[in-house]
Design a protein around this ligand. Structure first.
Ligand SMILES: C[S@@+](CC[C@H](N)C(=O)[O-])C[C@H]1O[C@@H](n2cnc3c(N)ncnc32)[C@H](O)[C@@H]1O
Length: 215
């Protein structure tokens, strides 16, 4: 138990605090909706609830293949004596593989998505692609462990391979916010959405998007 009474046995979060502060402070106190893939004991969830998700209508959906019992005790400690249904409205815990759960969530619904689940290359790529469609335009996606590389543990690849593949394919829809040990991006208007052709009776009319959206 730490000095504030939370039950944490590991800390994979504190080193990244500057990135959370820098990229998420604009969401503080607003009725935003976050998604976290990989919650473990809730260290990142707790920090988000205490520091960013302070609006009573803000919410975080957490996905983990196996929530530790400490996760629920730690979340309860933040949300205090609220009845369970009010706590559920603020923190929704979905247990299972992210690849199975992400397609069940609503598209374009989240302001921030934190990807910190499985670190295999295929899983990170799937999490990136599946969660990107859940992110609102203007929303932020953050990946932990972009530079994680531990030969003893990376026989299933590294997050970097997957994140680099994701960013090269989605380059027209993202803006880089942070690229250090973590990787953070903003989802922007699709820069490839250029002219679309509309056929009207016998004439072909080319409809151009507003000049501002063409880069
Ligand atoms: C590094 S921990 C998350 C740490 C947490 N975000 C924090 O900062 O305190 C990774 C978590 O991802 C979960 N996980 C691993 N593979 C997963 C998968 N395929 N789907 C969902 N969760 C997964 C693990 O159970 C573990 O709790």
């Amino acid at each position: 138990m730490d000095e504030a009474g939370f039950e944490f046995t590991a800390d994979w979060f504190s080193n990244s605090l500057p990135n959370f502060e820098k990229n998420l402070s604009g969401y503080r106190g607003r009725p935003v909706r976050f998604l976290e893939i990989g919650s473990f004991e809730g260290r990142s969830t707790v920090w988000l609830l205490q520091n960013i998700l302070t609006h009573p209508a803000s919410k975080i959906v957490c996905i983990d293949v196996a929530f530790r019992p400490a996760f629920f005790r730690n979340v309860r400690k933040v949300l205090g004596s609220q009845p369970w249904w009010k706590r559920f409205a603020r923190v929704e815990a979905l247990a299972g593989q992210s690849v199975a759960l992400l397609p069940t969530l609503p598209a374009n619904a989240f302001d921030f998505i934190y990807v910190d689940g499985s670190h295999s290359d295929t899983a990170v790529l799937q999490d990136a692609v599946l969660s990107f469609s859940l992110l609102k335009e203007g929303g932020v996606i953050g990946f932990d462990d972009y530079l994680w590389d531990n030969p003893e543990h990376n026989r299933f690849g590294t997050p970097k391979i997957a994140i680099d593949a994701f960013t090269s394919v989605y380059a027209h829809q993202i803006e880089t916010l942070t690229l250090d040990y973590q990787a953070w991006f903003r989802k922007v208007k699709d820069k490839r959405a250029v002219a679309s052709v509309v056929k009207q009776e016998s004439a072909e009319m080319i409809v151009m998007p507003p000049a501002a959206s063409v880069s």
